[in-house]
Ligand binder design. Sequence first.
Ligand SMILES: Nc1ncnc2c1ncn2[C@@H]1O[C@H](COP(=O)(O)OP(=O)(O)O)[C@@H](O)[C@H]1O
Ligand SMILES: [Mg+2]
Length: 378
Amino acid sequence: MNRNPFFFGEVVTGESFTDRTNEIETLTRELRGGHNIFLISPRRYGKTSLIINVLKRLKKEGLLTFYIDLYKVASLRELLEAYARGVARSYTTRVEKFSEFVKDVFPGLRPKIVIGSDGTPSIELDVHFRDKELLNSLEEVFDVPEKIARKRKKNFVVVFDEFQEILNLGGEKLEKKMRACFQHHHNVGYLFAGSKRHLISSMVSDPNRAFYKLGDIMNLKKIKHSEMIEFLQKQFSKGSIEVGENVLKYILRVSENVPYNVQYLCHHMWNWCLEEGKLKKEDVLEVLEKIINEQSVNYIAFWDGLSLHQRLFLKAISKFQNKHTFSKEFIMENYLGTAGSVQKSIALLKKKNIIDVEGKEIWFNDVFFKEWIKKRMI
Ligand SMILES: Nc1ncnc2c1ncn2[C@@H]1O[C@H](COP(=O)(O)OP(=O)(O)O)[C@@H](O)[C@H]1O
Ligand SMILES: [Mg+2]
């Protein structure tokens, strides 16, 4: 059976994960040594996949690891409870050892046996904080990885994914408390990953902010064209699909080489041409058209929620490849009114996660939405 080897919208590992050799090297080395890193890129460039691959490697080396995605956490209470439970779980799954550990580092808490959906029992921490206790429990909870690391004589690696969300959870007060703990943790390497560069950069580079110089910044770029082409070639060959380099280059062009969109497009290309065993340039356009049609319901819903000015602005920037720098001339040429109204539209479109902005550069988070605008709205 020829299983589709292109995956999107989930963490990719093994043969579905390509390149990132240097990043894996640097991240493993730094985190293993107890250093902290801020990993930044736009959405869908492959941060989470990179992190999971790094953690796998570190775990294999015997380090203790814990990963938390702050998008999934909706309050400070949830953060602390998930943190305490998760860190405890990475310590051990053996019942006797676990009870001993809890007595030692969380004297106020009780271990609890839970039965999983598959019927296997496992042990969990029974953590529930009262509102008043929350801020006071912070240090106790955040200090646990360092305590465990010392006790087990093994370094710990802790990852906060979508770290910019910390601002919604507890603002600068929480930031300060976290830093106060983390700066004393010499046996824990922290990785803070985020998709909002401006938020993370200002957290790390502003001397008045708590995370100032707490770690190095790594900006994750797109995967190199040549690497990506080699990867796609290899994946298509699994279905004995013949595909020329010019077609692959074309695929990278329409998906702007954003890893998510490349895999998304190729997933559908595979289904389209598996039988014929050959992939041509015209097929790419047909499949793209099909994807845009399938997504139309969502895109119309986005469009519906936008003001006329926001629509005008999106139409104007959709004409450009990749990131676009906008200027006074651009505003005038596209009849976008005052600079103030443009700023307002940008802010709202950013909030809706439709675009992202960095300095004077601006780009669509979903390049297929951009294609949809170009094809249906212009
Ligand atoms: N190294 C990689 N090799 C191949 N595809 C990748 C790679 N990294 C990411 N992708 C593709 O991009 C998608 C999004 O990756 P993800 O790690 O979730 O990005 P992020 O966390 O930056 O939003 C994945 O589902 C996969 O299709
Ligand atoms: Mg992610």
